[in-house]
Design a protein around this ligand. Structure first.
Ligand SMILES: [Zn+2]
Length: 296
């Protein structure tokens, strides 16, 4: 890799802005979703910041960081928590020069159904992309998410993330983006030629509770809570759509038990960033769980 050519800082920043505009124009992201990174040296990348629309970024917003997560330079805002998934992909596969993550609607629908993209139906998808496994659900931005993508970084070019979205990588950032485009196109053709999907793995009550905890920590207590499934149905990687994730694969032993926020906060060394006291959070959590159980 010593002689490998990387884009300059300036080229990388311009590439990220361009890919962000295309992602936004193509409806691959809503609001401030998605993230983009580009490698500029064996251990250095540029990354998009958190909480910013990818269609309207400027160079001064971008974050320069080492592959171990240390930040070299940033603007007013730090990188997205999902950049950890990008860093893991670069560490697992040194050939990777760029990574894109978005929530393209048709790919995301397949990810929600737990169906991988694996039908040999047209040459471009087969040649440029290959098959796209759907990896098991983890909370977006969590420390576990990088672990779910790690086993696939060398043998595949892209993944569906169950009940979440899509991630792709390539030797260059533009190749990663083309793969994201190809994935969405492939998923669209699969949908048109097969049938409207007609299946969705609903998040389990534990998974919903964790997201409500996150929402509470972000200072939002309004928003309502949708019905949830008693058991998770998205905790198995799907390599072939002939074995879609189903309730039968979710055995008792694989169900995670919900852990109260304070326990997780202390065990993982997380600081509680909202202005709420531990008692407040516990009270909200109890209310959430009661509502999830249909008690109110
Ligand atoms: Zn995401």
């Amino acid at each position: 890799m010593a002689n490998r050519e990387y884009p300059t800082d300036q080229e990388a920043k311009q590439l990220i802005l361009e890919v962000g505009r295309r992602m936004y124009q193509k409806d691959f992201v809503a609001a401030n979703d998605g993230n983009i990174t580009c490698k500029v040296d064996d251990d250095i990348i540029w990354a998009t910041p958190t909480g910013v629309s990818k269609g309207f970024m400027t160079e001064d917003m971008l974050v320069k960081m080492y592959l171990d997560g240390r930040i070299i330079r940033q603007g007013d805002i730090g990188p997205s928590s999902e950049v950890q998934m990008h860093l893991r992909i670069y560490r697992e596969n040194p050939e990777v020069g760029g990574v894109t993550h978005a929530h393209p609607p048709i790919c995301t629908s397949y990810a929600i159904a737990g169906i991988s993209l694996d039908k040999a139906i047209y040459p471009e998808a087969l040649v440029n992309l290959g098959t796209v496994p759907c990896v098991r659900y983890e909370t977006p931005g969590s420390a576990e998410l990088p672990d779910t993508v790690a086993p696939y970084c060398r043998d595949y070019n892209a993944l569906l993330l169950a009940n979440h979205g899509a991630v792709s990588w390539g030797k260059t950032l533009m190749e990663a983006f083309w793969r994201l485009e190809s994935m969405e196109h492939y998923a669209r053709v699969l949908m048109y030629t097969g049938s409207i999907i007609g299946k969705a793995n609903v998040l389990s009550c534990d998974q919903v509770s964790e997201l409500i905890d996150i929402r509470t920590r972000m200072g939002t207590t309004a928003g309502g809570i949708p019905p949830c499934a008693p058991r998770p149905s998205n905790i198995t990687d799907v390599l072939s759509s002939h074995s879609p994730m189903g309730m039968e694969t979710a055995g008792e032993q694989t169900i995670k038990t919900y852990q109260p926020l304070q326990q997780r906060a202390s065990s993982e060394g997380l600081a509680l960033e909202s202005g709420l006291s531990a008692e407040d959070i516990e009270r909200v959590r109890e209310a959430v769980i009661n509502r999830l159980r249909g008690n109110s």
